[in-house]
Design a binder for this molecule. Structure first.
Ligand code: ATP
Ligand code: MG
Length: 395
Protein backbone atom coordinates (compact mmCIF):
# COMPACT_ATOMS: atom_id res chain seq x y z
CA UNK A 1 0.00 0.00 0.00
CA UNK A 2 1.40 3.35 -1.05
CA UNK A 3 0.26 6.69 0.36
CA UNK A 4 -0.40 9.40 -2.23
CA UNK A 5 -2.36 12.53 -3.08
CA UNK A 6 -5.23 12.15 -5.53
CA UNK A 7 -6.45 15.17 -7.48
CA UNK A 8 -9.85 15.49 -9.15
CA UNK A 9 -10.32 17.96 -11.99
CA UNK A 10 -13.92 19.22 -11.93
CA UNK A 11 -14.77 21.36 -14.98
CA UNK A 12 -11.58 20.31 -16.76
CA UNK A 13 -12.91 16.80 -17.16
CA UNK A 14 -15.63 18.13 -19.50
CA UNK A 15 -12.91 18.90 -22.07
CA UNK A 16 -12.82 16.18 -24.67
CA UNK A 17 -10.28 16.67 -27.42
CA UNK A 18 -8.10 19.12 -25.52
CA UNK A 19 -8.01 17.44 -22.17
CA UNK A 20 -4.40 16.30 -22.46
CA UNK A 21 -3.29 19.86 -23.21
CA UNK A 22 -5.09 21.18 -20.10
CA UNK A 23 -3.74 18.37 -17.97
CA UNK A 24 -0.16 18.90 -19.01
CA UNK A 25 -0.55 22.64 -18.17
CA UNK A 26 -1.92 21.63 -14.78
CA UNK A 27 0.92 19.21 -14.22
CA UNK A 28 3.50 21.89 -15.11
CA UNK A 29 1.85 24.39 -12.74
CA UNK A 30 1.81 21.82 -9.95
CA UNK A 31 5.43 20.93 -10.58
CA UNK A 32 6.44 24.62 -10.54
CA UNK A 33 4.59 25.17 -7.31
CA UNK A 34 5.58 22.10 -5.30
CA UNK A 35 9.02 21.41 -6.76
CA UNK A 36 10.83 18.20 -7.63
CA UNK A 37 10.35 16.27 -4.43
CA UNK A 38 7.62 14.03 -5.74
CA UNK A 39 6.50 11.86 -8.65
CA UNK A 40 3.43 13.05 -10.62
CA UNK A 41 1.34 10.87 -12.89
CA UNK A 42 -2.00 11.56 -14.54
CA UNK A 43 -4.77 10.06 -16.60
CA UNK A 44 -7.99 11.59 -17.87
CA UNK A 45 -9.77 11.00 -14.60
CA UNK A 46 -7.24 11.87 -11.90
CA UNK A 47 -3.79 13.17 -11.14
CA UNK A 48 -1.65 11.28 -8.64
CA UNK A 49 1.16 12.81 -6.62
CA UNK A 50 3.60 10.59 -4.74
CA UNK A 51 5.65 12.82 -2.38
CA UNK A 52 9.14 11.54 -1.60
CA UNK A 53 8.76 12.26 2.10
CA UNK A 54 5.93 11.62 4.49
CA UNK A 55 6.45 14.99 6.21
CA UNK A 56 5.83 16.91 2.97
CA UNK A 57 2.14 16.18 2.66
CA UNK A 58 0.95 19.26 4.59
CA UNK A 59 3.17 21.68 2.66
CA UNK A 60 2.20 20.17 -0.67
CA UNK A 61 -1.49 20.23 0.14
CA UNK A 62 -1.38 23.87 1.24
CA UNK A 63 0.15 24.70 -2.16
CA UNK A 64 -2.32 22.57 -4.12
CA UNK A 65 -5.17 24.49 -2.50
CA UNK A 66 -4.11 27.58 -4.49
CA UNK A 67 -3.70 25.93 -7.89
CA UNK A 68 -6.43 26.53 -10.45
CA UNK A 69 -7.72 23.48 -12.28
CA UNK A 70 -7.99 21.39 -9.12
CA UNK A 71 -11.47 20.62 -7.91
CA UNK A 72 -10.76 18.24 -5.06
CA UNK A 73 -7.72 16.92 -3.21
CA UNK A 74 -7.64 13.61 -1.36
CA UNK A 75 -5.03 11.82 0.63
CA UNK A 76 -5.31 8.22 -0.42
CA UNK A 77 -3.67 4.83 -0.67
CA UNK A 78 -2.83 2.86 -3.77
CA UNK A 79 -3.03 -0.93 -3.70
CA UNK A 80 -1.19 -2.89 -6.35
CA UNK A 81 -4.11 -5.24 -6.80
CA UNK A 82 -7.86 -4.84 -7.21
CA UNK A 83 -8.69 -8.14 -5.53
CA UNK A 84 -11.45 -7.80 -2.96
CA UNK A 85 -9.58 -9.62 -0.19
CA UNK A 86 -6.59 -7.28 -0.64
CA UNK A 87 -8.87 -4.22 -0.50
CA UNK A 88 -10.56 -5.62 2.60
CA UNK A 89 -7.30 -6.33 4.37
CA UNK A 90 -5.91 -2.84 3.72
CA UNK A 91 -9.16 -1.09 4.54
CA UNK A 92 -9.16 -2.75 7.96
CA UNK A 93 -5.68 -1.43 8.65
CA UNK A 94 -6.56 2.07 7.47
CA UNK A 95 -9.72 2.49 9.55
CA UNK A 96 -8.57 0.89 12.76
CA UNK A 97 -7.48 4.17 14.39
CA UNK A 98 -10.20 6.37 12.95
CA UNK A 99 -13.05 7.47 15.13
CA UNK A 100 -16.51 8.07 13.71
CA UNK A 101 -20.09 7.15 14.43
CA UNK A 102 -21.61 6.87 10.97
CA UNK A 103 -20.07 6.00 7.65
CA UNK A 104 -20.73 5.07 4.05
CA UNK A 105 -18.64 3.18 1.51
CA UNK A 106 -18.77 4.59 -2.00
CA UNK A 107 -17.23 2.53 -4.80
CA UNK A 108 -16.38 3.53 -8.35
CA UNK A 109 -15.20 1.10 -11.00
CA UNK A 110 -13.40 2.44 -14.03
CA UNK A 111 -12.61 -1.23 -14.74
CA UNK A 112 -15.99 -2.43 -15.91
CA UNK A 113 -15.02 -6.12 -16.22
CA UNK A 114 -14.65 -6.46 -12.49
CA UNK A 115 -16.55 -9.45 -11.16
CA UNK A 116 -18.76 -7.38 -8.81
CA UNK A 117 -20.81 -4.21 -9.29
CA UNK A 118 -19.93 -1.03 -7.40
CA UNK A 119 -22.96 -1.55 -5.17
CA UNK A 120 -21.90 -5.08 -4.30
CA UNK A 121 -18.38 -3.94 -3.39
CA UNK A 122 -19.74 -1.10 -1.22
CA UNK A 123 -22.12 -3.43 0.56
CA UNK A 124 -19.47 -6.03 1.19
CA UNK A 125 -16.89 -3.56 2.50
CA UNK A 126 -19.58 -1.79 4.59
CA UNK A 127 -20.20 -5.17 6.28
CA UNK A 128 -16.49 -5.50 6.97
CA UNK A 129 -16.36 -2.05 8.62
CA UNK A 130 -19.40 -2.89 10.78
CA UNK A 131 -17.71 -6.09 11.90
CA UNK A 132 -14.33 -4.46 12.57
CA UNK A 133 -15.43 -1.44 14.62
CA UNK A 134 -17.75 -1.16 17.56
CA UNK A 135 -20.61 1.36 17.74
CA UNK A 136 -20.58 2.44 14.12
CA UNK A 137 -23.52 2.45 11.77
CA UNK A 138 -24.18 3.11 8.11
CA UNK A 139 -25.71 6.44 7.06
CA UNK A 140 -26.02 6.73 3.30
CA UNK A 141 -27.51 10.25 3.34
CA UNK A 142 -25.21 12.12 5.65
CA UNK A 143 -22.26 9.98 6.75
CA UNK A 144 -19.69 11.39 9.15
CA UNK A 145 -16.96 9.37 7.47
CA UNK A 146 -16.92 8.63 3.76
CA UNK A 147 -14.86 5.68 2.55
CA UNK A 148 -14.08 5.94 -1.15
CA UNK A 149 -12.91 2.91 -3.08
CA UNK A 150 -11.89 3.08 -6.72
CA UNK A 151 -11.29 -0.03 -8.74
CA UNK A 152 -8.95 0.09 -11.72
CA UNK A 153 -7.87 -2.70 -14.08
CA UNK A 154 -4.79 -3.65 -12.07
CA UNK A 155 -5.00 -1.59 -8.91
CA UNK A 156 -7.36 0.00 -6.40
CA UNK A 157 -7.44 3.21 -4.41
CA UNK A 158 -8.85 3.90 -0.98
CA UNK A 159 -9.27 7.45 0.33
CA UNK A 160 -11.23 9.30 2.98
CA UNK A 161 -10.49 12.96 3.46
CA UNK A 162 -11.77 15.45 0.91
CA UNK A 163 -10.13 18.82 0.63
CA UNK A 164 -11.73 21.41 -1.65
CA UNK A 165 -9.61 22.79 -4.48
CA UNK A 166 -10.22 26.22 -6.01
CA UNK A 167 -11.51 24.95 -9.36
CA UNK A 168 -11.12 26.89 -12.60
CA UNK A 169 -8.63 26.20 -15.40
CA UNK A 170 -4.84 25.85 -15.12
CA UNK A 171 -3.18 29.27 -15.27
CA UNK A 172 -1.79 29.85 -18.76
CA UNK A 173 -3.92 27.21 -20.44
CA UNK A 174 -6.03 29.91 -22.09
CA UNK A 175 -3.32 32.39 -22.98
CA UNK A 176 -2.29 35.66 -21.43
CA UNK A 177 -3.94 38.98 -20.57
CA UNK A 178 -2.62 42.39 -19.50
CA UNK A 179 -4.14 43.40 -16.15
CA UNK A 180 -4.42 47.10 -15.35
CA UNK A 181 -3.33 46.81 -11.73
CA UNK A 182 -3.91 49.79 -9.46
CA UNK A 183 -3.54 49.86 -5.72
CA UNK A 184 -7.33 49.65 -5.24
CA UNK A 185 -9.57 46.80 -4.20
CA UNK A 186 -11.09 45.93 -7.56
CA UNK A 187 -8.20 45.22 -9.91
CA UNK A 188 -6.41 42.52 -7.85
CA UNK A 189 -9.76 40.71 -7.53
CA UNK A 190 -10.16 40.98 -11.31
CA UNK A 191 -6.68 39.53 -11.75
CA UNK A 192 -7.56 36.62 -9.50
CA UNK A 193 -10.77 35.92 -11.42
CA UNK A 194 -8.93 36.00 -14.76
CA UNK A 195 -6.30 33.60 -13.39
CA UNK A 196 -9.12 31.35 -12.31
CA UNK A 197 -10.28 31.03 -15.91
CA UNK A 198 -6.82 29.93 -17.01
CA UNK A 199 -5.54 33.32 -18.18
CA UNK A 200 -1.95 34.09 -17.19
CA UNK A 201 -1.62 37.75 -16.28
CA UNK A 202 0.98 40.43 -16.72
CA UNK A 203 0.31 43.67 -14.85
CA UNK A 204 0.58 47.31 -15.84
CA UNK A 205 0.70 50.04 -13.23
CA UNK A 206 0.61 53.77 -13.99
CA UNK A 207 2.49 55.94 -11.54
CA UNK A 208 2.92 59.71 -11.45
CA UNK A 209 5.97 60.60 -9.41
CA UNK A 210 6.34 62.92 -7.57
CA UNK A 211 2.54 63.16 -7.27
CA UNK A 212 2.46 59.47 -6.34
CA UNK A 213 4.99 57.97 -3.96
CA UNK A 214 7.23 54.92 -3.87
CA UNK A 215 4.97 53.62 -1.13
CA UNK A 216 2.08 53.55 -3.63
CA UNK A 217 4.24 51.62 -6.10
CA UNK A 218 5.38 49.19 -3.39
CA UNK A 219 1.77 48.57 -2.54
CA UNK A 220 1.00 47.56 -6.13
CA UNK A 221 4.05 45.27 -6.17
CA UNK A 222 2.83 43.70 -2.96
CA UNK A 223 -0.62 43.14 -4.50
CA UNK A 224 1.05 41.49 -7.49
CA UNK A 225 3.08 39.36 -5.11
CA UNK A 226 -0.08 38.20 -3.35
CA UNK A 227 -1.50 37.23 -6.75
CA UNK A 228 1.59 35.10 -7.38
CA UNK A 229 0.19 32.75 -4.72
CA UNK A 230 -2.21 31.72 -7.46
CA UNK A 231 -0.09 32.29 -10.56
CA UNK A 232 3.50 31.41 -9.70
CA UNK A 233 5.01 34.63 -11.03
CA UNK A 234 3.91 37.93 -12.53
CA UNK A 235 5.63 40.33 -14.85
CA UNK A 236 4.72 43.89 -13.87
CA UNK A 237 5.12 46.86 -16.22
CA UNK A 238 5.50 50.19 -14.49
CA UNK A 239 4.62 53.16 -16.65
CA UNK A 240 5.62 56.69 -15.78
CA UNK A 241 2.42 58.64 -16.38
CA UNK A 242 3.51 62.01 -15.02
CA UNK A 243 4.04 63.90 -18.29
CA UNK A 244 0.80 62.61 -19.71
CA UNK A 245 -1.19 63.59 -16.66
CA UNK A 246 0.39 67.02 -16.41
CA UNK A 247 -0.17 67.70 -20.12
CA UNK A 248 -3.78 66.62 -19.89
CA UNK A 249 -4.28 68.75 -16.78
CA UNK A 250 -2.80 71.82 -18.45
CA UNK A 251 -4.50 71.54 -21.82
CA UNK A 252 -7.80 69.72 -21.64
CA UNK A 253 -11.15 70.93 -20.24
CA UNK A 254 -11.33 69.51 -16.73
CA UNK A 255 -14.62 67.67 -17.06
CA UNK A 256 -12.83 65.41 -19.62
CA UNK A 257 -9.65 64.91 -17.56
CA UNK A 258 -10.48 61.42 -16.36
CA UNK A 259 -11.94 60.29 -19.68
CA UNK A 260 -8.85 61.32 -21.66
CA UNK A 261 -6.52 60.04 -18.97
CA UNK A 262 -8.17 56.66 -19.13
CA UNK A 263 -8.07 56.64 -22.91
CA UNK A 264 -4.32 57.18 -22.63
CA UNK A 265 -4.04 54.34 -20.10
CA UNK A 266 -5.94 52.05 -22.42
CA UNK A 267 -3.75 52.98 -25.39
CA UNK A 268 -0.56 52.25 -23.45
CA UNK A 269 -2.00 49.01 -22.07
CA UNK A 270 -2.98 48.01 -25.61
CA UNK A 271 0.57 48.57 -26.86
CA UNK A 272 2.20 46.73 -23.96
CA UNK A 273 -0.30 43.90 -24.29
CA UNK A 274 0.42 43.41 -27.99
CA UNK A 275 4.16 43.64 -27.45
CA UNK A 276 3.96 40.90 -24.80
CA UNK A 277 1.62 38.51 -26.62
CA UNK A 278 -1.37 39.22 -24.42
CA UNK A 279 -4.68 38.53 -26.13
CA UNK A 280 -6.91 40.67 -23.91
CA UNK A 281 -6.88 43.58 -21.49
CA UNK A 282 -8.25 42.94 -17.99
CA UNK A 283 -9.25 45.62 -15.50
CA UNK A 284 -11.23 46.26 -12.34
CA UNK A 285 -13.97 48.46 -13.77
CA UNK A 286 -17.38 47.89 -12.29
CA UNK A 287 -20.49 49.28 -13.97
CA UNK A 288 -21.60 52.56 -12.46
CA UNK A 289 -18.99 52.65 -9.69
CA UNK A 290 -17.67 56.08 -10.69
CA UNK A 291 -18.26 58.55 -13.55
CA UNK A 292 -15.68 56.87 -15.77
CA UNK A 293 -17.43 53.54 -15.42
CA UNK A 294 -20.90 54.41 -16.72
CA UNK A 295 -21.76 52.50 -19.88
CA UNK A 296 -21.41 55.68 -21.97
CA UNK A 297 -17.98 56.36 -20.45
CA UNK A 298 -16.95 52.81 -21.19
CA UNK A 299 -17.89 53.30 -24.85
CA UNK A 300 -15.72 56.44 -25.16
CA UNK A 301 -12.81 54.95 -23.26
CA UNK A 302 -12.93 51.49 -24.81
CA UNK A 303 -12.98 52.86 -28.36
CA UNK A 304 -9.20 53.46 -28.40
CA UNK A 305 -8.43 49.73 -28.43
CA UNK A 306 -9.56 46.86 -30.62
CA UNK A 307 -8.56 44.28 -28.02
CA UNK A 308 -11.27 42.60 -25.96
CA UNK A 309 -11.44 44.19 -22.51
CA UNK A 310 -12.37 41.69 -19.80
CA UNK A 311 -13.93 43.22 -16.69
CA UNK A 312 -14.37 40.33 -14.27
CA UNK A 313 -15.98 42.46 -11.55
CA UNK A 314 -18.15 44.55 -13.89
CA UNK A 315 -21.37 43.09 -12.53
CA UNK A 316 -20.45 42.67 -8.87
CA UNK A 317 -21.46 45.00 -6.04
CA UNK A 318 -18.63 46.62 -4.12
CA UNK A 319 -19.44 44.46 -1.10
CA UNK A 320 -19.16 41.32 -3.17
CA UNK A 321 -15.80 42.51 -4.50
CA UNK A 322 -14.63 43.22 -0.95
CA UNK A 323 -15.64 39.71 0.14
CA UNK A 324 -13.52 38.26 -2.64
CA UNK A 325 -10.61 40.59 -1.81
CA UNK A 326 -10.71 39.31 1.76
CA UNK A 327 -10.83 35.73 0.59
CA UNK A 328 -7.79 36.09 -1.65
CA UNK A 329 -5.91 38.12 0.93
CA UNK A 330 -5.49 41.37 -1.01
CA UNK A 331 -7.97 43.49 0.97
CA UNK A 332 -5.71 44.58 3.83
CA UNK A 333 -3.05 45.74 1.37
CA UNK A 334 -5.56 47.43 -0.95
CA UNK A 335 -6.94 49.64 1.81
CA UNK A 336 -3.54 51.05 2.79
CA UNK A 337 -3.94 54.79 2.28
CA UNK A 338 -1.62 55.60 -0.61
CA UNK A 339 -2.58 57.96 -3.40
CA UNK A 340 -3.31 56.69 -6.90
CA UNK A 341 -2.61 58.73 -10.02
CA UNK A 342 -6.35 58.67 -10.80
CA UNK A 343 -7.25 60.24 -7.49
CA UNK A 344 -4.78 63.11 -7.70
CA UNK A 345 -6.09 64.93 -10.74
CA UNK A 346 -9.78 64.44 -10.09
CA UNK A 347 -11.98 67.20 -11.50
CA UNK A 348 -14.92 68.52 -9.47
CA UNK A 349 -17.45 67.53 -12.09
CA UNK A 350 -16.27 64.68 -14.31
CA UNK A 351 -18.41 64.15 -17.39
CA UNK A 352 -20.80 61.22 -17.02
CA UNK A 353 -21.76 60.97 -20.69
CA UNK A 354 -18.60 61.73 -22.68
CA UNK A 355 -18.68 61.42 -26.47
CA UNK A 356 -15.98 59.99 -28.69
CA UNK A 357 -16.15 63.11 -30.91
CA UNK A 358 -15.39 65.42 -27.98
CA UNK A 359 -12.57 63.14 -26.80
CA UNK A 360 -11.00 63.24 -30.26
CA UNK A 361 -11.40 66.99 -30.47
CA UNK A 362 -9.75 67.57 -27.09
CA UNK A 363 -6.95 65.11 -27.79
CA UNK A 364 -5.78 67.45 -30.57
CA UNK A 365 -4.69 69.75 -27.72
CA UNK A 366 -1.99 67.31 -26.60
CA UNK A 367 0.59 65.36 -28.57
CA UNK A 368 -0.91 61.90 -28.15
CA UNK A 369 1.60 59.89 -30.19
CA UNK A 370 4.69 61.48 -28.73
CA UNK A 371 3.41 61.05 -25.18
CA UNK A 372 2.52 57.40 -25.82
CA UNK A 373 5.85 56.58 -27.43
CA UNK A 374 7.77 58.11 -24.57
CA UNK A 375 5.70 56.33 -21.91
CA UNK A 376 5.99 52.92 -23.58
CA UNK A 377 9.71 53.38 -24.20
CA UNK A 378 10.43 54.22 -20.56
CA UNK A 379 8.38 51.43 -19.06
CA UNK A 380 10.14 49.57 -16.28
CA UNK A 381 9.60 45.82 -16.02
CA UNK A 382 9.76 43.84 -12.82
CA UNK A 383 9.36 40.11 -12.41
CA UNK A 384 7.64 39.28 -9.16
CA UNK A 385 7.97 35.81 -7.65
CA UNK A 386 6.37 34.36 -4.59
CA UNK A 387 9.64 34.33 -2.77
CA UNK A 388 10.95 37.81 -3.46
CA UNK A 389 9.02 40.11 -1.20
CA UNK A 390 11.37 42.78 -2.45
CA UNK A 391 10.74 43.51 -6.11
CA UNK A 392 14.35 43.72 -7.13
CA UNK A 393 14.40 41.17 -9.87
CA UNK A 394 14.56 43.55 -12.82
CA UNK A 395 14.27 41.81 -16.19
P1 ATP B 1 -11.05 51.01 -6.15
O1 ATP B 1 -10.99 49.67 -5.60
O2 ATP B 1 -10.77 52.08 -5.17
O3 ATP B 1 -12.22 51.28 -7.04
P2 ATP B 1 -9.70 50.82 -8.49
O4 ATP B 1 -8.31 50.39 -8.68
O5 ATP B 1 -10.74 49.94 -8.99
O6 ATP B 1 -9.81 51.06 -7.05
P3 ATP B 1 -10.84 52.84 -10.26
O7 ATP B 1 -10.68 54.28 -10.27
O8 ATP B 1 -12.19 52.29 -10.01
O9 ATP B 1 -9.87 52.28 -9.16
O10 ATP B 1 -10.23 52.32 -11.62
C1 ATP B 1 -10.83 51.38 -12.46
C2 ATP B 1 -9.81 50.42 -13.02
O11 ATP B 1 -8.84 51.10 -13.83
C3 ATP B 1 -8.98 49.76 -11.94
O12 ATP B 1 -9.64 48.67 -11.37
C4 ATP B 1 -7.74 49.36 -12.71
O13 ATP B 1 -7.97 48.19 -13.46
C5 ATP B 1 -7.56 50.54 -13.66
N1 ATP B 1 -6.65 51.52 -13.03
C6 ATP B 1 -6.97 52.64 -12.35
N2 ATP B 1 -5.87 53.30 -11.93
C7 ATP B 1 -4.81 52.58 -12.37
C8 ATP B 1 -3.39 52.72 -12.28
N3 ATP B 1 -2.82 53.71 -11.62
N4 ATP B 1 -2.62 51.78 -12.84
C9 ATP B 1 -3.17 50.73 -13.50
N5 ATP B 1 -4.49 50.56 -13.62
C10 ATP B 1 -5.31 51.47 -13.08
MG1 MG C 1 -12.88 50.58 -8.86
Amino acid sequence: MKKLIIIKYGELSTKKDNINYFLSCLKDNIRNSIGDNCYIKFDRGRMYIFPNNENEYDVIISKLKNIFGIHEINIGYKLDSNKLDIIEENLKVLIKDRSFNTFKVETKRSYKNYNMTSMEVSKYLGGIVLKSLKNVSVDVQNPEFLINVEIRSDSAYIYFDKIAGIGGYPVGSLGKGMLMLSGGIDSPVSGYLALKRGVRIEGVYFESPPHTSDAAKNKVCELARILTNYSGYIKLHIVNFTNIQEDIYKNIPHEYLITIMRRMMYRITDRLAKKNNCKVIINGESIGQVASQTLTSMVSINSVTNMPVIRPVACLDKLEIIDLARKINTYETSILPFEDCCTIFVPEHPVINPTIEKCEEYEKLINVDELLNEAVKNTEVIKINKENLEFNDIL
